[in-house]
Design a protein around this ligand. Sequence first.
Ligand code: CAA
Length: 380
Amino acid sequence: MDFSLTEEHIMIRDAARDFAQTELLPGVIERDNAQKFPESLVRKMGELGFLGIMVDPKYGGSGMDAISYVLIMEELSKIDASASVMVSVNNSLVCYGLEAYGNEEQKQKYLTKLATGECIGAFCLSEPEAGSDATSQKTTAIDKGDHYILNGTKNWITNGGRAEVYLVIAQTDKHKGSHGINAFILEKGMPGFDIGPKEDKLGIRGSDTHTLQFNDVKVPKSNRIGEDGFGFRFAMKTLSGGRIGIAAQALGIAAGAYELALKYSKERKAFGTEICNHQAIAFKLADMHTEIEAARMLVMKAAWDKDQGNNYDMSSAMAKLYASKVAMEHTVEAVQIHGGNGFVKEYHVERLMRDAKITQIYEGTSEIQKIVISRGLIKG
Ligand code: CAA
C-alpha cells in the first residue's frame, strides 16, 4: 500500500492550487454577493484541461485519472465552491456520462466541445416532485418514431442557464417504472426549451442554478443515450462518479476552512497569547485535521476504486456522506475559531460554511447515501 502521490499528481495539485489562488480568489466575495457566475474563468479552466480532466485526449480531454480529478476539485473548492461545482458537473456527470455511454457520433458532436470548455454541460434529473425519489420522473418523452416529444420541468439545475448541452432524464413508459426512463441530449435553443430565472441560494451563490421547462420539445432519436429504457441506470451509474467529485468538493471546503482557521489562530491573540495556545482552540484544530484527513482517505479510495475499474457505488457514497458531514461541522468550527471576524465576509469562512451545506444535499442527500451504502452492505 502506497499513500504517496506521484510526481505528476503533485504537479497537477500544485497547478490547481496556483490557479485557485491567482484566478479564483480575487473576486470570490464579490461573485458570491452578486451571485455572479465565474464567466471569464471558464475559458481559462478549459485551457488548463480542468473541464475534461478524465476524458480521452482523442475527444479533447486531459486523459488524467480520477485521483487527479479529486486533487483538482479539492484545491478549487478550498477557494471557490461555486466554480468547482461547475467543474464537477461538467466532468463527472456530463463528460463522463457521454464518454462512457454515448455513441461515437454523440461523442464527436458534443464531448469534444465539452471537454475543452468550448461549451459546458448540465445534468437534468431533479424535478419538483422527484428529488431523492428519482424514479418518479414526471417529465415525459413520448416516442414519435424518429424523434421524442419532451414535456415537463427540471429543478435546481447546476449550469442551468450557462450550459449549451443538457443531459435530460425523462419517462418514456411509466408502466415500466425505472426501466421506462431514458436520457437525452438537448441543446440550448431547441424550440420549446425554456430556462427559468436563476435561484437565489444560501451557498454556492456564484454557481448558475435554474429551473428548466420543456414544452413539446422535439428531440431526435439519435440524441437518446444508450438503449431504450437505459436512462435510470445511466443516471445512477453517472451519479456514482459525480459523488466522488462532490465528496472532493466537500473535502476542499473543509480543508480550506481549516487552513484559514489554523492561520488565524496563530496570529490572533487573547489572554496574552496566540489563541492556538489555548487548549479550547488547539483541540478543535486537532479534531478538524484528523477528520479532514479521514475524509481525504475516503475520497482517495473512491477515486482509486474508479481508476482500478472496481465498483465504486458504495465507496463514492461513503466518501460523500462523510466528507460532507466533515465540511459542515468543521466550517462551523472555523467560524467559531475566527470569533466575530468569522461572521464577516472578508474572512471567507462564513462563505465556506454556507457553501458546505449543499454538499449534504445535491447528487444525493446524506440520507440517500445511507440507502446506497446499506443496500450495498445487505446485498454483499
Ligand atoms: N448502477 C446500475 N443500476 C442501478 C444503480 C447503479 N448505481 N442503482 C440502481 N440501479 C438500478 C437497480 O438495480 C434497479 O434495476 P432493476 O429494477 O433491474 O433491479 C433500478 O435501477 C431501480 O433501482 P432502485 O430499485 O434501487 O430504485 P429506487 O427507487 O429505490 O431509488 C435511489 C434508488 C438510490 C434512492 C435513487 O433514486 C437515488 O440515487 N436518488 C437520489 C437522486 C440523486 O442523487 N439526485 C441528484 C440530482 S443530480 C444533481 O444534484 C446534479 C447537480 O446539478 C449538482
